[in-house]
Design a protein. Structure first.
Length: 451
């Protein structure tokens, strides 16, 4: 029986996906600046045998809605937001098996520096680090980073392709496997003949240098990606090992999932080279009645204003300019193309602002899965079998309550049904998910740069 993978999905801020939940009296996400908050989070995730913690990130602020960042500043919608890499070392120290996927933007981070940061984390976590590759979609980030405007959508992916080539050379080719000797008798730490400079002279990147880190357990971290546009899907099918998708139902997700698997096969990697994760929010109680009572309690704290501001930035369309019953129009934007297409050209009927707001049950545009542990397990199983996904990114509601509820109530039911592992496999994050040596397989494009 296929077993699902589950990641706790979060961000180094108070308001991530389900906006307004930080105002709930039991929510502690306001303590996100405290390392104890993250340590407790990691311990809970590992107690539940979750595969990992997936930390999102954003550069810039959401300033499309009403032409101002004021709505998101006021509501705490992904601002303020701290660096997602910083808490990982502490979380890794108090766990043994839990993986960590962290978002870093290719448009603004020099590849030479990122190569060292990720190798360092791969060492410190003993091979439990993954990288979520994003190219960004906010003009506010571009301006903050000194650009006149954000590069065009497809150009960002073209640059990211070359960015990864630089990283593959650094991670896979700069040091031989047996370069490090640690020979105290001869006072030779590493063999210079087995360490070499990487040279790259491309359209977007030019560099020459030796990778500053010795080979880490995985060398290349486990690769995550969330592109849903046609160009993003091509990129994911070529490079990613785990792909993050968002859809309202399993049936709606399946065409994207199957397209990704076909593309992976076309690139010579095979359909089983991808683990595809769906975004879900769960509200669970010991009974159905308790779960819906909890939902109503949470709903009183949801922020539609924050959700509209977030969605406006995602689509590049200022939703404040629409009346409640006006259909949202397709237009050319440089933001998240799939997010806009989902409510315009790909929608079966015109989608209005009222319909979007009606979906915002908990301050996000996704409806939660609500019910008893058995009912939630049924719904998650439907995603696996009807949506053909491999697992989930579990968005938080009230922290840490929502994760603890899931671990204590839902995980045991999934384990009893054989849908979720009873314990962790040994090895690195890649080995836990795919088996093998822990290195990228020969079918992956990174393998071409190995010596």
């Amino acid at each position: 029986m296929k077993q699902m993978q589950i990641y706790a999905f979060d961000m180094n801020c108070v308001g991530h996906i389900n906006h307004g939940m930080w105002t709930h009296p039991r929510d502690t996400s306001g303590q996100y600046t405290d390392l104890d908050y993250w340590v407790d989070f990691a311990r809970t995730a590992e107690r539940g045998k979750l595969d990992g913690i997936f930390l999102a990130d954003i550069l810039g602020v959401y300033d499309v809605y009403k032409g101002s960042p004021a709505p998101v500043i006021e509501t705490g919608a992904q601002i303020p937001v701290n660096d997602p890499l910083m808490p990982i070392s502490a979380m890794a120290y108090v766990t043994e098996h839990l993986g960590f996927a962290v978002t870093v933007n290719t448009t603004y981070e020099p590849p030479y520096l990122l190569a060292r940061r990720m190798s360092t984390l791969d060492h410190l976590t003993k091979g439990r680090i993954g990288w979520n590759i994003v190219t960004g979609y906010l003009d506010s980030a571009a301006r903050a980073m000194g650009y006149e405007k954000l590069p065009q959508h497809d150009a960002r992916y073209d640059a990211a392709e070359e960015y990864l080539e630089v990283l593959y050379k650094l991670w896979e080719a700069s040091w031989d496997d047996d370069a490090v000797l640690r020979d105290k008798t001869r006072a030779v730490f590493a063999d210079p003949s087995k360490v070499r400079a990487v040279r790259h002279d491309g359209q977007y990147y030019k560099m020459e240098g030796i990778h500053l880190s010795q080979p880490s357990p995985q060398r290349t971290p486990l690769l995550f990606q969330a592109g849903a546009s046609a160009r993003g899907q091509d990129f994911a099918a070529r490079h990613a090992e785990c792909v993050f998708v968002a859809a309202p139902t399993p049936q709606a997700a399946r065409p994207t999932v199957e397209a990704l698997r076909r593309k992976a096969e076309a690139f010579g990697r095979g359909a089983d080279a991808l683990r595809i994760l769906a975004l879900v929010t769960v509200v669970v109680g010991r009974t159905e009645r308790e779960a819906f009572a909890k939902l109503e309690d949470y709903r009183r704290h949801a922020s539609v204003e924050a959700s509209l501001a977030h969605y406006s930035a995602s689509t590049g369309v200022d939703l404040s300019k629409y009346g409640l019953d006006d259909p949202i129009e397709q237009r050319s934007t440089n933001a998240n193309q799939s997010a806009l297409a989902a409510i315009t050209k790909e929608a079966s009927t015109p989608v209005t602002l009222r319909q979007i707001i009606d979906q915002m049950v908990l301050g996000s545009r996704m409806r939660p899965i609500v019910g008893s542990p058995e009912q939630v397990a049924d719904r998650l199983a439907a995603w696996i079998f009807d949506g053909n996904v491999d697992g989930f990114n579990l968005a938080r509601t009230v922290a840490p309550e929502s994760l603890r509820d899931f671990v204590d109530l839902v995980v045991p039911v999934l384990q009893e049904r054989g849908l979720f592992k009873a314990d962790y496999a040994e090895g690195s994050l890649r080995q836990k998910l795919f088996g093998g040596s822990g290195r990228l397989p020969s079918s992956h494009p990174a393998a071409a740069f190995r010596r």
